[in-house]
Design a protein around this ligand. Structure first.
Ligand code: ADP
Length: 439
């Protein structure tokens, strides 16, 4: 039996025994009166303790737990212990939270905690600066009311946050932010913002420099190449060595011209102001053109086939798509020995239009595949040069693919061949047009 019931039992038994004694000594009426008075006193005591408890519950933070008497003494003392423990725990949590807040405030990145409906729950001082927030006034506000750029609003509604969003011109006009959204808990989101204005400026300087140098080199190269060709073709040139030298000079200047052209193409694709001009591109027409161009380049050394499993049109830029697909076909021809087979395919995978080029060529070892789209990355430098490569082809393809929100898939086996596929988002698939622009 618990202490509580033991005490109740002892107390009731004592009163009862005392009343029995009074009954024996002074009769039944006196005992009944005494018993009633004792019960009333006991009830009054209970009510008094309950009133003390009720009073304390009105303001448990500001008042001390009442002392109590009888059974209530024990109850209040246990309640007091619980309250003290709870307060100590709360102080610990508050201190831990304060530490966390201080740590996140010291972070070199902006942090905003959003709930599942994009309402701001908390933000650090840097996030206040990045988004123009006020950590007191704006708590509970929907972030898209305060930061309204369409790209940002669209990013928040997206499901794929693997890539950061680069937000230009946010707030102070020239501020460039890199934003990353991280999902955690039950539907909560952590929005991390990083000021990359300085990095962007350096990147723009680098891009401008490459574009300007390429542009400046173009004219002298054209002039030199023109003279070399004219000299080489002069009938009066009898010296064999001079002819060979001019031939080599012509080859090298042409390589440089290709390099400059590819660098200028990359600069154009990288230019943030150069937005994608979309049109309807009939894939079958484009692919037939590419097949013919591929056959001309191969000069009968390869078997080229076209497999149009699904005929669709693409919403994209005809010139860029032609350049990307063309690069893949050219590479397939350059890296496939004589007699090999090259297949140009268009099909659909899970509702997504896919364009692929499969070859039975030299293939690529798996460790090189992730780096192929880097500028000037070549598996075999001399082979790339021999076949007239600039090392920029796949970098151009990657840029075009990104501009179309598509994906470049590369699968390859050394010595057996490679397949390069461009997977477009389902939204870019259009019904095949009668007279679509191919290029
Ligand atoms: P390059 O002008 O050197 O061909 P790219 O950017 O087009 O430059 O390609 C990068 C590298 O990827 C190439 O140097 C080559 O090693 C490899 N590569 C590209 N396409 C193929 C292919 N179809 N088969 C084998 N290797 C390839």
């Amino acid at each position: 039996m618990s202490d509580f019931w033991q005490r109740v039992l002892i107390f009731s038994a004592s009163i009862f025994a005392f009343c029995l004694l009074v009954w024996v000594a002074a009769g039944g009426l006196a005992a009944a009166v005494l018993f009633t008075v004792a019960l009333l006193l006991w009830l009054l005591l209970q009510l008094q303790q309950q009133a003390a408890l009720d009073h304390w519950l009105d303001d448990p933070e500001g008042r001390v737990v009442p002392e109590g008497s009888g059974q209530w003494e024990e109850i209040f003392s246990r309640l007091n212990k619980m309250v003290r423990l709870h307060r100590a725990e709360r102080e610990q949590h508050t201190a831990a939270l304060r530490d966390m807040e201080q740590a996140t405030s010291a972070l070199p990145e902006g942090v905003v905690i959003l709930d599942d409906t994009d309402h701001i729950e908390w933000c650090n001082p840097l996030a206040e600066k990045h988004f123009g927030l006020d950590s007191v006034r704006d708590i509970g506000q929907q972030i898209t009311y305060l930061a309204r750029q369409p790209e940002f609003v669209q990013y928040l509604t997206m499901r794929d946050f693997s890539e950061p969003l680069i937000l230009r011109g946010s707030r102070e006009g020239s501020l460039v932010l890199s934003l990353k959204l991280i999902l955690y808990g039950s539907g909560k989101r952590l929005l991390i913002s990083r000021d990359i204005t300085h990095l962007e400026r350096i990147e723009t300087m680098r891009r401008d420099f490459v574009a300007n140098v390429s542009h400046e080199l173009r004219t002298p190269l054209t002039v030199v190449n023109g003279f070399v060709e004219t000299l080489h073709d002069m009938p009066s040139l009898e010296n064999d060595m001079a002819r060979r030298a001019l031939h080599l000079m012509g080859e090298q200047t042409q390589r440089m011209e290709h390099l400059v052209d590819d660098l200028l193409t990359l600069s154009r694709l990288e230019d943030a102001l150069n937005t994608l001009q979309e049109e309807t591109v009939a894939a079958p027409v484009l692919m037939r053109t590419l097949l013919q161009e591929g056959q001309a380049l191969s000069g009968g050394r390869h078997i080229l086939r076209l497999e149009l499993e699904s005929e669709y049109s693409l919403l994209g830029n005809a010139e860029e798509l032609r350049s990307a697909f063309g690069n893949l076909v050219t590479n397939a021809i350059r890296y496939t020995p004589q007699g090999g087979e090259i297949v140009l395919r268009s099909f659909e995978r899970d509702g997504q239009p896919v364009f692929s080029v499969r070859d039975s060529g030299i293939g690529i070892a798996s460790q090189h595949i992730p780096r192929l789209t880097e500028r000037f990355y070549r598996v075999d430098r001399s082979r790339s040069r021999e076949t007239g490569g600039t090392g920029l082809g796949l970098a151009i393809v990657k840029h075009i693919v990104n501009r179309h929100q598509a994906k470049l898939d590369i699968s390859s086996e050394e010595g057996r061949g490679s397949t390069f596929s461009i997977v477009f988002p389902a939204g870019r698939r259009l019904p095949v047009a009668e007279k679509g622009a191919a290029a």
